[in-house]
Write a protein that binds this ligand. Structure first.
Ligand code: M6R
Length: 365
C-alpha cells in the first residue's frame, strides 16, 4: 500500500533515506567502494578512455550528474546520450568506451537497443537497473542494481537518487582502480556518501516548509529553473518532475544561457527556482538571479545553510539546504525539488501517481 500517504509518489520520496542506505551499504567494505558481488573487474574501470552513458528521461538526468562527477574527479570524458537519439548520430563507441546504461525499469526499448549496438561495437558495459532480471540488466556485461524497491508512481523519485548513489560509488571505485586518490580522500568521500541518508531525512523533516514554497508556483503558467553545473543538472530533473505531475510548463535553463535567448520570457508572472550549491559557481549564479529579479520574477532560492546573502529583503523565499561537501549537495537539493513538484500536483487536485498520457515503462520506440 501507500504507507499511509495519499500517493505513492510521497511514499517513495519519503523512502529515500532508507533505499539509499540499502543501495550503498552492501557495496562498502572497510570504508571503500566494492563491486566484488557484482563481479566488476577493476580493469574495465581502469582501461576505458571515455564513458558513454545511455539512458532516457530521469535516468538520463542522473547520468548528467555522473558526468560532472567523473569528469571532475577522474578526468576522462563522459558523454550522456539520450537513448532515443543514440542511433541517429552515428555513435562512435568502441572497446575503449565504457558504456553505462541507466534504467529504472530495465525495459526501456531505446536504452536496450542502444546498449546492444554499443556491445556489438566492442564496448564493455555496466547497467544500473532497479528491476531485478530486467532485459537491460541481462543485455549488459555487468549490472549494479539500485535497491530502491518497487517504484509505483509514474514520476521517478527514489530510482533517481539511488542511481545517483551508484554513480558516486562508480566514481570512487574508478578513482581507486586508477590509483588517483590518497586513502584519506577516498575514505572522506565515502564517509560523505554514507551521510546522505541522514541529511536527506533532515530535509524530509521540513516537508511543510517545502509545501509553502510550492505555493509560489501553484498558479503559475510557466516556471523557469536556473543554475549552473551540477545545479543545472538537477534542475533539469526538477523541471521534468514538475511538468510531469503538475502540467505546468517549466524550463530548466543554464543560468549563463538565459541572456542568450529566453530572458525576455521572464516577467512578474514567472516564478524562478534557483539552486546555488557549488562554491565555485555561487557569485555567477547570484548575479544571474539578480537579472531575473530585476524583471520582477519571484525567486525561490535553494542555498546551503550558513551561506551569507545580502539584502535580506529581496530573498523572501529561501530554503536552506543542510550542508554537505559540494559534490553531494545534489542529494538534499533533489529532495526539495521532488517535493515542490509533488505538492503543486497535490494542491491542484491532480492524480499525482498517474499523470495523463505517461506510462511507467516505455517499450515502444
Ligand atoms: O525505466 P527507465 O528508467 O528506463 O525510464 C526512463 C524514462 O522513461 C523515465 O525516467 C521517465 O522519464 C519518468 N517518467 C520520469 O519520471
Amino acid at each position: 500500500g501507500k504507507g499511509g500517504y495519499p500517493f505513492y509518489m510521497e511514499k517513495e520520496i519519503m523512502e529515500q533515506p532508507q533505499v539509499i542506505a540499502e543501495t550503498i551499504l552492501p557495496r562498502i567494505k572497510d570504508g571503500k567502494p566494492d563491486f566484488s558481488e557484482e563481479g566488476i573487474p577493476d580493469q574495465i574501470l581502469k582501461d576505458c578512455k571515455r564513458i558513454c552513458v545511455i539512458a532516457c528521461g530521469t535516468a538520463m538526468h542522473a547520468g548528467l550528474v555522473g558526468k560532472s562527477l567523473i569528469q571532475a574527479m577522474i578526468g576522462i570524458h563522459v558523454d550522456v546520450v539520450m537513448a532515443s537519439e543514440f542511433m541517429y548520430n552515428d555513435p562512435v563507441v568502441n572497446k575503449d568506451t565504457l558504456v553505462i546504461a541507466i534504467s529504472q525499469s530495465g525495459e526501456t526499448i531505446d536504452t536496450l537497443e542502444a546498449l546492444k549496438f554499443a556491445r556489438k561495437c566492442g564496448s564493455p558495459s555496466i547497467s544500473v537497473v532497479n528491476v531485478k532480471g530486467a532485459s537491460i540488466a541481462r543485455a549488459s556485461e555487468y549490472v549494479i542494481y539500485t535497491n530502491a524497491g518497487p517504484e509505483i508512481a509514474v514520476a521517478s523519485t527514489k530510482a533517481y537518487t539511488t542511481q545517483l548513489a551508484v554513480l558516486y560509488l562508480i566514481t570512487a571505485r574508478m578513482a581507486m582502480a586508477r590509483g588517483l586518490w590518497e586513502e584519506e580522500r577516498l575514505l572522506s568521500f565515502m564517509n560523505e556518501l554514507q551521510r546522505v541518508p541522514q541529511v536527506m531525512a533532515k530535509v524530509l523533516d521540513t516537508k511543510e516548509e517545502i509545501h509553502r514554497l510550492a505555493g509560489v508556483i501553484l498558479n503559475a503558467q510557466d516556471v523557469f529553473m536556473i543554475g549552473r553545473g551540477l545545479d543545472y543538472s538537477i534542475l533539469l530533473e526538477g523541471s521534468l518532475k514538475l511538468k510531469e505531475v503538475s502540467y505546468i510548463h517549466s524550463e530548466a535553463y543554464a543560468s549563463g544561457e538565459l541572456k542568450h535567448g529566453t530572458i525576455a520570457l521572464i516577467t512578474e508572472d514567472t516564478p524562478v527556482v534557483a539552486v546555488v550549491t557549488q562554491d565555485k559557481l555561487k557569485s555567477k549564479e547570484i548575479s544571474n538571479i539578480r537579472e531575473v529579479q530585476s524583471r520582477g520574477a519571484r525567486v525561490v532560492l535553494l542555498i546551503k545553510e550558513n551561506e551569507t546573502l545580502d539584502e535580506g529583503e529581496q530573498w523572501s523565499c529561501v530554503y536552506r539546504l543542510p550542508k554537505m561537501d559540494d559534490p553531494f549537495m545534489v542529494m538534499p537539493a533533489s529532495i526539495v525539488l521532488q517535493l515542490i513538484a509533488y505538492f503543486v500536483s497535490l494542491d491542484k487536485g491532480l492524480d499525482v501517481d498517474k499523470p495523463r498520457n505517461l506510462a511507467k515503462v516505455v517499450t515502444v520506440e
